[in-house]
Design a protein around this ligand. Sequence first.
Ligand code: IPD
Length: 291
Amino acid sequence: ADINLQAIHDEMVLVAYEAGRTILSANPADIGTGTKLNSVDIVTEVDQAVEKMVSSRLSAAYPEFSFMGEETYKPGTKLGPEPTFVVDPIDGTTNFVHSFPNACISLGLAIDREPVIGVIYNPYQDLLFTAIKSHGAYMTRIKGTTPQKLPLAASPRPLEGLANALLAIEWGSSRDGPNYELKTEVFKKLAATKETGGAMVHSLRSLGSAALNIAAVAAGQMDAYWEGGCWAWDVCAGWCILKEAGGIMAGGNPGQWNPSVDERLYLAVRGAPSGQKELVEEFWGVIGDKK
Ligand code: IPD
């Protein structure tokens, strides 16, 4: 049967708003908090409660679809070709725990391993980013009391290389081993002057939510976002929004997305009349053969 992406998208938006209300009504001071892989890989009761609500609502509406969520993910599970909701109930959990108002719910739908719907909602700013494959990307914000739905499109400003870029990067949760070495080396090279072999980017930002970083790139507020350790639920929704806004997602294996533990390097580049491919090449040059 034909899949009605618009109807699924509309349901996902309702679910995202409900998740947003739960996130806002929680008091981070008295919620249960635990850790996963290490002491900085934080999970809270609210992450788990939101994921439960999201999975029960989406599986009730679309029982034949698969579901991959951050809090119920079983290591080794691969994304299959069947329609799959790919969900991060709170992307930016560390911010949430610290009451730093930059976190979101990230809801994606992938079909044949391609993100075809993206819904990202930041309840702190009442800011919603949405996209459906081939139907454009939008940002909905409240102006006064009225929701304003604005199309996201490629910026008329060309990309002028890393040296003129504002980049988002994240520390993520690996703080030792090859991934940590790679991240710190890349950050250092991006910031350093040309004379010392660096790219001397305009600046680097670390705002604590992978999905909101990708949304910022899609909206043309950042030139690019790189992270050395993303999971499928960090990128699925944002990927669709970015692409529909004219941006590109490059990664360890562009073109054949098959997220797994081994495929976690992503680079999102904003839409522009020119310079996207060159920026990607320049970036992989900074990373060298570790890509
Ligand atoms: C994390 C955040 C963080 C990024 C990590 C993500 P979470 O998601 O997006 O900014 O650096 O890689 O896993 O744990 O808050 O859902």
